[in-house]
Ligand binder design. Sequence first.
Ligand code: NAD
Length: 260
Amino acid sequence: MLKGKTALVTGSTSGIGLGIAKALAAQGANIVLNGFGDAEGPKAEIVALGVKVAYHGADMSKPAEIEDMMKFAAAQFGAVDILVNNAGIQHVARIENFPVEKWDAIIAINLSSAFHATRLALPAMQAADHGKGWGRIINISSAHGLVGSPEKSAYVAAKHGIVGLTKVTALENATSGVTCNAICPGWVLTPLVQKQVDARAAAGSISNEAAKQQLLGEKEPSLQFTTPEELGALAVFFCSPAGNNVRGVAWNMDGGWVAQ
Ligand code: NAD
C-alpha cells in the first residue's frame, strides 16, 4: 500500500517509534530512522521487510539538527511523504521540585521538535501529486494529551500542546491531500515506561510484575499494556486511502483510560 513512499519516524530506535516504523515498512514504505539508541538492530529488522532504510542521529531538541535530518531524508529518498513525530522523554516530579532544565528538554523534544519537523516537511507534501498535495503527519501524543496526572507537568503540557498542533496542522491543510492526526496511547511497556515500573518497584519494595499491575490498575480498565504493533496498525490506517478524510483527531488507544 505504501510502496514508493518514504516515512521518517523520530525516536525510532526503540519502543513505539520502532513499532510504527516496522508497520509502515511492512506496507512497503522506505524508512528514515532517528533516535539515540542502537540503530544497527532496527535497521536490519527493517531491511528484512524488503524496503530501504537510512538513519540520522539528529538530537530532536536542536532545530539545526532537525533541519539537517530533513535535508538528509529528502536527499536519500526524494521526499518525506509520511512524518511520524514520536521522539519523547519523561521526568516525574512535583512542579515545585521540577528541574528547570528537564522542563525545557521535555518541551523541546516532546513538542517543539514536532513543530520544526512539520514546518520543514509540509512544503514538499503540499506540492506532491501535481500540487493537490499528499502527506501524512502523525503526532504521538498520549492519554496525557487528553487528561492530566500529578508529577508530569512538562509531559502533560507538551502532550496537550501536540494535540493542539495536530488540529492546526490539519486545518491549515484541510483542502489538500495532507492530513495530520494524533495518536494517544495509554501505557505501553517500552524503555520509557520500564523506568517508571523500576522506580515504583524500588520505592514500594515490590516485584517488577506487581509494579506493572499497580501501574495498570491505577489508570487502565483493561489492565493491559497497548503494544507498539497495535499502534503501528493505527498509523497504517491513517496512511491508507480510508484515512483520506480523517483530519485533526486525537485517537486514544488506552485500554479505556480516558473513558473514565
Ligand atoms: P522509548 O524511550 O522507547 O523511545 C523514545 C525514543 O526517542 C528513543 O528512540 C530515544 O532514543 C528517542 N529520543 C529521546 N530523546 C531524543 C532526542 N533528544 N533526539 C532524538 N531522539 C530522542 O519510549 P516510547 O515509550 O516508545 O516513547 C515514544 C513516544 O510515545 C514518546 O513521545 C512518548 O511520550 C509516547 N508515549 C509513550 C507511552 C508509553 O506508555 N510508553 C504512552 C503514551 C505516549
